[in-house]
Design a protein around this ligand. Structure first.
Ligand SMILES: Nc1nc2c(ncn2[C@@H]2O[C@H](COP(=O)(O)OP(=O)(O)OP(=O)(O)O)[C@@H](O)[C@H]2O)c(=O)[nH]1
Ligand SMILES: [Mg+2]
Length: 403
């Protein structure tokens, strides 16, 4: 042992064999050098991340990279990323939801807001239920629907104290149950152009004066064209020259073809020519505008029936859809109109317009239930984006203020 100590002493240039303190010092130096060398060759942070990436192999690459980056970002940068993501998602998802929410704001505040504040107040008296009944009538729900809803609300309120948002959900489920099965019968071809389905769809649009037929056709033609469909529009409102001009402005803007005739021409003839052009040119959609008329004017209703029949002479399945445009402002009176149009034309759907600026948007429930005809589209303004598919959940949430 002594000879090793003497060797080390010589190597280190020490005058004598190392004592205990020399050993301790040397061990310290050795440990320091070892740790430095070990740390240099050891796996670094990148490979740690690689391992965690491998572990997340089941997730999408994009998500994993995002998560990994986020973990490494400073807290303030993370907050920015989150806010940006939220804004992007909101813009994509809720632009129509926002329009609808805004459009239905009058009905929501004037009807459901008031009902909700009474219901949320706890123990309800008969007087309060009478007040609720009166408010519900202003939404133009049908009397039968109001009576049934009141009964259900009374039973629900007896089962213990509830908050107003619990009542809102209860009312939503009630209204949904009245419309859901009918809404499921909407033909989805109306919503979304499928380029693989090379089949012409002829859509006839009818309604009373000023309901919003021409504007709706303009919006729909724009929507379908932007999906890549070839659209031909027929100006069968030959009653007024201005009606053709109005439709022409929409068609030019949407860059779709229009078939028109002179003022006073037979609307059936224009309908015939339009469907023929659509067939000959392999169009995807053919939309027929008609002159507004009162449902009580039997000669004008007969004229509509004739226009409808003529289309089937060109294409025996046409028109595939006969849609009644209903102005929400009309409220319960719209039910009478809808019944008459349905009798003459066998409607396949409704388009609910002008839901903005009216507190009677609730009339949709009664009309759908009574007529057993679904709502295909809902309009909440005059601009081209103010129309979309009638989504029952979205509609009821917007109506009742459910987030
Ligand atoms: N606020 C609002 N206005 C609308 C909506 N839809 C249509 N309008 C307006 O209602 C008015 C009548 O619309 P039209 O499209 O001409 O109605 P129409 O049914 O074709 O009328 P006639 O051809 O005269 O029977 C126009 O001023 C439209 O801009 C809507 O959803 N909301
Ligand atoms: Mg018109």
């Amino acid at each position: 042992m002594d000879q090793y100590a003497t060797m080390i002493a010589e190597l280190l240039g020490l005058a004598q064999a190392p004592n205990l303190y020399d050993w301790l010092g040397m061990s310290g130096i050795f440990i320091f050098v070892f740790l430095t060398v070990f740390n240099f060759f050891s796996p670094n942070k990148d490979s740690d991340n690689k391992e965690s990436l491998d572990a997340k192999a089941g997730e999408s690459l994009e998500e994993v990279v995002k998560e990994t980056l986020k973990e490494e970002l400073k807290p303030e940068v993370q907050t920015e990323v989150k806010t940006e993501e939220k804004t992007e998602a909101k813009e994509k998802k809720t632009s129509w939801a926002d329009r609808l929410l805004k459009g239905l704001s009058q009905t929501r505040t004037e009807v459901w807001g008031k009902v909700g504040s009474i219901l949320g107040g706890g123990n309800l008296s008969d007087d309060q239920f009478e007040e609720i009944e009166e408010i519900l009538y202003t939404a133009d729900l049908s009397p039968a629907v109001v009576a049934e809803l009141l009964d259900e609300l009374k039973t629900f309120s007896k089962s213990g104290e509830k908050k107003s948002d619990e009542y809102a959900l209860f009312i939503k489920e009630f209204l949904k149950s009245k419309m859901d099965s009918i809404q499921k019968t909407v033909n989805t071809d109306l919503y979304q152009f499928d380029k693989n389905k090379k089949e012409l769809k002829v859509i006839m649009i009818v309604g009373v004066n000023g309901a919003g037929k021409t504007t709706t056709i303009g919006k729909l033609a724009t929507k379908l064209k932007s999906q890549g469909a070839k659209v031909v529009v027929g100006a069968c409102d030959t009653f007024r020259a201005a009606a053709v001009e109005q439709l022409e402005v929409w068609c030019n803007r949407a860059e779709v073809d229009i078939v028109k005739a002179k003022e006073g021409a037979d609307p059936s003839g224009v309908a015939f020519d339009t469907v023929k052009k659509a067939v000959d040119e392999n169009a995807d959609y053919c939309i027929i505008d008609t002159a507004g008329r009162l449902h009580t004017a039997s000669n004008l209703m007969d004229e509509l029936a004739k226009t409808k029949k003529v289309m089937s002479k060109v294409l025996d399945t046409a028109p595939h859809e006969t849609l009644l445009v209903v102005d929400a402002i009309t409220g319960q009176n719209a039910l009478r109109q809808a019944e008459e149009f349905n009798k003459t034309l066998d409607l396949t759907g409704l388009i609910f317009t002008k839901c903005d600026g009216s507190s009677k948007a609730g009339s949709a429930v009664g009309i759908v239930k009574q007529l057993e005809v679904p709502i295909a589209y809902i309009g909440v303004g005059e601009s081209v984006d103010d129309i979309d598919i009638f989504d029952l959940d979205l509609y009821l949430n917007a109506l009742l203020g459910i987030a």
